[in-house]
Design a protein. Structure first.
Length: 565
């Protein structure tokens, strides 16, 4: 258990005080309670790390519990995807896998008890009428004309609802609280509704289903959850949860709210993400542009980088928006330590080294990862004809352009110094080939005379090149706040039209042909990539760009740390 000065945030401090005081016998029990109506996204990662992390830090347990109270939107596919995401993040629930549907019988017993106590009634108002009777933030609501039914009449109607006698949506069971309450959640909220729908676990056993707010607090109570951690959006629901638990006189978990995670250039709403999938904007929930955990995993984000990001963001009480650059920085930081470096040329320009033997070849030593000495080296072939990136050449370069141009010398990575002697163009004046010379004494990237060359280029031997596909992913939305829709539009109008560029024939060094699914690499001077397990085939890897090399956040951190010295 952390010592007095170690708890990092207000939640951990509260848990620490409870453990130290012996509350709940010093026990800590948390839960992660997703609804199985979509895939988890990066915002859920914060909750997962907090729920499981707090329990682990204080010697407690964390349950995985699916709040499956709405059969119209829930599917087994989502259940399995969520389990996979949690395992990927590095957490496991052992034998503590639960569902709200496990407690349907107990919840119904509690509902009958509320009816018998005169604390709940069956209401025949339509959904539209309920909204009309509810009032506004400045005006009190009105009592339902069915509010004064006797407990006996309500119990009879509830049992007939359960037996399937009434049409879907014709009646609800509502709590009897206060229609003038300033908290709208307390104005006689619904407890049960009629839904003649098959449930993904209980089948057709039930035709009435508990509402989320009624079920959620009871699930926590039944499981003996000591600390119910949830986002700030549920702060106004807490009085309702307390009311249910107090009326039923059952175990009372402590709810603690924290600020949800918001990211620039990102939409974190399952409903809106579902629209992107349904409208074909993306290729599915695991499209690498999606902020879902399955999407970022396919893009190449690592679980370690996500946990590092969550740790840097921290836990706060006030809503704020985090710069997505911090997330990308955490990904780069992790991949920089683990990714093997390779060479590929996205936009190839042919270079002929005229004074190199036509049938000659040279196998050069390349460092696999300068950050990890144990990664060793590999051999990369060199030949008379190579490819360089088209942007690494200019006919009339501006000042401080240190790459190739007529008469200029550059260094080829781990290879030779070359000088551009001639330029071949087509009829339209487009550069199609460079004719160069090389310095044989510069093998390995340096010369005996120690002369300095400012530019270093990556390259690929044309004779030995293999072909790979590069999928260059950018942010899915083009503005920092995608929810700020243009007048008369929606968040969909803020989509980035250049969020994906596919290059199907990229020449690369031969080692890339042997990459396996899920491999993480760095293409030198380009960025980090992940071998797509779905699109790749043997000998032809499809590389999803994880993140580019440029890291503006690292520069900010360096500047801030400099000010602190």
């Amino acid at each position: 258990m952390p010592t007095d000065d170690e708890p990092r945030d207000f939640i951990r401090r509260k848990v620490y005080e409870d453990v130290r005081s012996g509350k709940h016998g010093g026990k800590v029990m948390t839960r992660f309670p997703p609804e199985p109506n979509g895939y988890l996204h990066i915002g859920h990662a914060k909750a997962i790390c907090l729920d499981f992390g707090v329990a682990e830090e204080f010697g407690g347990k964390c349950n995985l519990r699916f709040d499956d109270t709405n059969p119209t939107r829930e599917e087994t596919e989502y259940v399995e995807a969520i389990k996979e995401d949690i395992r990927w993040l590095g957490y496991y629930w052992e034998d503590r896998l639960y569902f709200a549907s496990d407690y349907f019988g107990k919840m119904y017993e509690y509902a009958e008890r509320l009816v018998e106590m005169g604390k709940a009634f069956v209401c025949d108002l339509s959904p539209e009428e309920v909204r009309e009777y509810r009032g506004t933030l400045t005006e009190p609501g009105r009592n339902s004309p069915y509010r004064n039914r006797t407990p006996e009449e309500n119990l009879d109607l509830l049992r007939r609802m359960k037996a399937g006698e009434f049409p879907e949506g014709s009646r609800t069971l509502r709590a009897k609280i206060d229609m003038a309450h300033p908290n709208m959640n307390m104005r006689d909220p619904a407890i049960y509704r009629i839904l003649h729908r098959s449930h993904h676990r209980t089948g057709d056993e039930w035709c009435i289903y508990p509402m989320y707010d009624y079920a959620h607090c009871l699930e926590d109570s039944i499981e003996g959850i000591t600390h119910s951690l949830c986002t700030l959006e549920f702060e106004d629901n807490r009085p309702l949860y307390d009311w249910f638990l107090d009326q039923l006189d059952v175990f009372h978990p402590q709810q603690i709210e924290f600020a949800r995670l918001n990211l620039t250039y990102t939409v974190l709403s399952k409903r809106k993400l579902s629209r992107l999938v349904e409208n074909g904007v993306v290729d599915g929930w695991d499209d690498p542009r999606m902020p879902t955990l399955s999407g970022i995993r396919r893009r190449g984000y690592t679980a370690e980088s996500i946990r590092s990001f969550v740790d840097k963001v921290g836990v706060a009480k006030r809503e704020s928006t985090v710069d997505v650059g911090l997330l990308e920085h955490c990904v780069r930081e992790d991949l920089n330590r683990r990714a093997t470096r390779y060479m590929a040329v996205l936009d190839p320009l042919k270079v002929v080294i005229e004074d190199y033997p036509e049938d000659g070849e040279d196998w050069l030593d390349f460092v696999n990862n300068p950050e990890d000495e144990s990664a060793g080296t590999r051999k990369v072939p060199f030949s008379r004809e190579i490819y360089v990136n088209r942007k690494d050449f200019m006919m009339e370069p501006p000042r401080k352009f240190y790459r190739l141009s007529p008469g200029r010398e550059v260094r080829l990575r781990y290879a030779y110094y070359i000088r551009c002697e001639d330029v071949v163009t087509d009829r339209e004046g487009n550069v199609v080939e460079l004719r160069c010379s090389h310095d044989p004494e510069s093998r390995g990237g340096s010369t005996p005379d120690g002369r300095k060359v400012r530019g270093t280029l990556h390259w690929v031997s044309a004779r030995h090149a293999v072909t790979v596909e590069a999928r260059l992913y950018d942010r899915l939305f083009g503005i920092p706040n995608p929810m700020k829709a243009p007048e008369g539009g929606t968040f969909m109008d803020n989509l980035n039209p250049d969020s994906l560029r596919v290059l199907p024939e990229v020449p690369a060094e031969p080692a890339l042909a042997s990459l396996g699914p899920e491999d993480l690499i760095q293409l030198e001077r380009i960025g980090y990539f992940h071998v797509d397990p779905q699109r790749s085939r043997e000998g032809y890897p499809v590389l999803n760009m994880t993140v580019a090399l440029r890291d503006s956040w690292a520069k900010i951190e360096k500047k801030l740390s400099g000010h602190g010295k």
